[in-house]
Design a protein around this ligand. Sequence first.
Ligand SMILES: C[S@@+](CC[C@H](N)C(=O)[O-])C[C@H]1O[C@@H](n2cnc3c(N)ncnc32)[C@H](O)[C@@H]1O
Length: 316
Amino acid sequence: MREMLTVDYHRPVLLNEAVSHLRLKDGCIAVDCNVGTGGHSEAVLASIVPHGRLIGIDLDAEALASARARLTHYEGKFMLARANFRRIDEVVSGALFDQVDAILFDLGVSSLQLESGVRGFSFKHDAPLDMRMDKDARLTAYDIVNKFSKDELTRIFREYGECDHARSLAQSIERARLSQPIRTTYELMDVLRIRRERRAHERIHPATQVFQALRIAVNDEMGALEEALPKAVNLLKPGGRIAVISFHSLEDRIVKKTFEYFAKQCVCPPDFPICVCDKKPALSVLTKKPIVAGPDEMADNPRARSAKLRVAEKIL
Ligand SMILES: C[S@@+](CC[C@H](N)C(=O)[O-])C[C@H]1O[C@@H](n2cnc3c(N)ncnc32)[C@H](O)[C@@H]1O
């Protein structure tokens, strides 16, 4: 049965690096904030059983069902919550823990979501413009494409997609939707005059950044991360570790800045003669530079090419 399900599984990125840096041992309480199809969760569980427990969080009910099937041999050792990780504090207290030993984030989208032919995450399938990780969420990619202003679309393409021609992409959408709504992934590509096929000389498909930008906006991925990280730091026991795998420069910046803030001795303005903030460092950053995938993993798994892992340890 496990063999049959393997085809649907997302290939976890930086698996050994992330798990080894969490310094797990039997009895640890760990939180996987992005369970996906359970690749990282399975490796974490292997390191913390028989006495440890895993709390797994994901917004996506399909991902959780897939993870549950994968983790059956650890039944009783984990609980899965369908929730936004921005509510990590409520999920952990709901599982009746005050503090935990390890927290892992593996941000972004899973292959399960990208390869779905109906959820609109990928330009490879003609599907309704949806892109919600949480199917109960209200905002869809259709709403953004058809209802957001040109300025707002420009910002989304520029900030989240790092698209060179953000304004002209937004203009093309604004013009096209005057005659009829843009309903599907292929209609959006036609409006933006993006070919379906990637040419041999193109490193990435020209639609990649547009779709990434819309997905990040639909799921408020940066907002969720900014809210979750300080809560995660607070939940760690002294000596506990947090590891974050990110795939976008904005995400990595949020992780780096948050870790730096919690590692600082003082946050007074630089012109203050003496410290009045009374801040104490709560984290020690273990990765001055992010850990990246080795050449073999990069060659083997294209998603690994943009992955960055940062790790920190709670010190009080
Ligand atoms: C890269 S995948 C994780 C893959 C997983 N580590 C594995 O080994 O299969 C990211 C997952 O995080 C979920 N996700 C993204 N943002 C989330 C959020 N704010 N709260 C909860 N889950 C989120 C997505 O639904 C997706 O399943």
